[in-house]
Write a protein that binds this ligand. Structure first.
Ligand code: FAD
Length: 379
């Protein structure tokens, strides 16, 4: 396992300043930051960002992207998340679907989807989890049966973020019964408005609509929407999950909360509050350096899956700790309708923080991946 110390180059620092200036101009002064992926789904903002070349940055230029490095993308994403910008529309397509299409998609799929993703106009959800398959993804039961010209899909996906707002989702499904449960799985690109598909909300504790249940009833998916090889879905989905981990989204979810605490109460901090903010800031910087090291290592062409799993583990535990510590030292009642931004964000964070260590793989599962990776490395 390697976390090589690294810093941003002057050009990368300039990019950071450009993004900050853009955000200062675009976001109103009373803007309520989204907490992590709680950022709003705002197609107009995604298009403006894309016009600056900051969506699909890592997509090669031949497909309409920016051809940027993983660290350049890291810089932009870090600024967007620190500001709590409304990035939900393009988020999954940009972070996850685009690299998956580049790795496994057909030329035709790349030519059709990638320029649209880079323009901030084509939005994806993730269709992995099912009622009885979350951590244990290999037990998915959504099944695709071969028919003339394509596949008929039946089954149920759950916890599908933003499926009611997006255009497509990549669905992990069983295309043949297999004795080895890791074989016989495939990925299909499914239109979220296809006939036979029903998207129903699963509301958050606070009433918010982020999640969905998606039911397939004989949904037809044409052959040219098979992503990668039929039967290679397990290998593909596990590589895809590496893009989902280790990024700034795993330690910046509550940055807006920390910032609001300092901005609104910093002048009158007592010793305990000052110490709490100091500790939270120091830890944030340490985790950020680890995440940056992973991005730099990706830039060099390495595949730091174990490092990525560990950064997500410590990053998301850090996020939950910040919520608990601030709640304790602030000494306030939880009030979603509070007069100050900090109070409103704290109420939201208390209700959503449990999800930080679930989405993208639970803490236990990530530690198991890291342990297996380290054991393998020793052998
Ligand atoms: C905010 C949020 C957004 C999400 N968005 C999406 C999405 O868009 N698309 C999608 O497909 N999914 C999504 N998910 C689902 C998420 O990926 C799953 O919730 C997660 O993988 C855990 O699966 P599960 O809920 O079935 O829990 P389970 O797998 O049932 O786990 C329950 C508990 O058992 C533990 N456990 C399970 N297996 C092991 C093991 N082998 N060893 C030790 N402990 C174990 C887990 O750590 C956990 O504590 C989202 C989840 C959240 C919270």
């Amino acid at each position: 396992m390697i976390f090589a110390p690294t810093e941003l180059t002057p050009a990368e620092e300039r990019l950071r300043r450009d993004v900050r200036e853009f955000l200062a101009a675009e976001l109103p002064p009373d803007f309520r930051p989204g907490l992590g992926l709680g950022g709003r789904h705002d197609p107009e903002f995604s298009r403006k960002l894309a016009a600056h070349g900051w969506v699909g940055m890592a997509i090669p230029t031949e497909y309409g992207g920016g051809g940027a490095t993983p660290v350049e993308r890291f810089v932009v994403v870090e600024e967007l998340l620190a500001a709590g910008a409304p990035i939900l529309a393009h988020w999954v397509a940009e972070r996850q679907t685009a690299p998956t299409l580049l790795a496994f998609g057909t030329q035709e799929q790349r030519e059709w989807f990638l320029p649209r993703i880079a323009a901030g106009e084509c939005w994806f959800s993730l269709g992995m989890s099912e009622p009885d398959a979350g951590s244990d993804l290999a037990s998915v039961r959504t099944a695709a049966t071969k028919v003339d010209g394509g596949w008929l899909v039946n089954g149920t996906k759950i916890w599908t973020s933003a499926a009611h707002l997006n255009h497509f989702f990549v669905v992990l499904c069983r295309t043949s019964p297999a004795e080895d449960r890791h074989h016989g799985l495939s990925q299909l690109i499914v239109d979220l408005h296809a006939p036979g598909l029903k998207v129903s909300p699963i509301h958050y504790l606070d009433g918010g609509h982020h999640f969905n249940e998606v039911v397939f009833d004989d949904v037809f998916v044409p052959d040219d929407r098979v992503l990668g090889e039929v039967g290679a879905g397990w290998h593909q989905v596990t590589s895809e999950l590496a893009y989902e981990r280790s990024g700034p989204d795993r330690y910046l979810s509550v940055f807006g909360l920390l910032k609001a605490f300092v901005t609104e109460f910093g002048e009158s901090f007592d010793d305990a509050q000052r110490a709490a903010v100091g500790r939270a800031s120091a830890k944030l910087w340490t985790i950020r350096q680890l995440s940056l090291a992973v991005a730099r290592s990706l830039e060099r062409g390495a595949a730091p899956a174990v490092e990525a799993a560990l950064v997500k583990d410590i990053g998301t535990l850090y996020e939950q700790e910040v919520v608990e510590v601030l709640r304790h030292v602030a000494g306030q009642e939880i009030d979603p309708g509070g007069a100050r931004m900090f109070e409103r964000l704290l109420a939201e964070a208390v209700q959503t923080a449990p999800a930080f260590t679930l989405r993208g793989g639970t803490t236990e599962v990530l530690r198991s991946i890291a342990a297996k990776g380290l054991t393998g490395a020793r052998r």
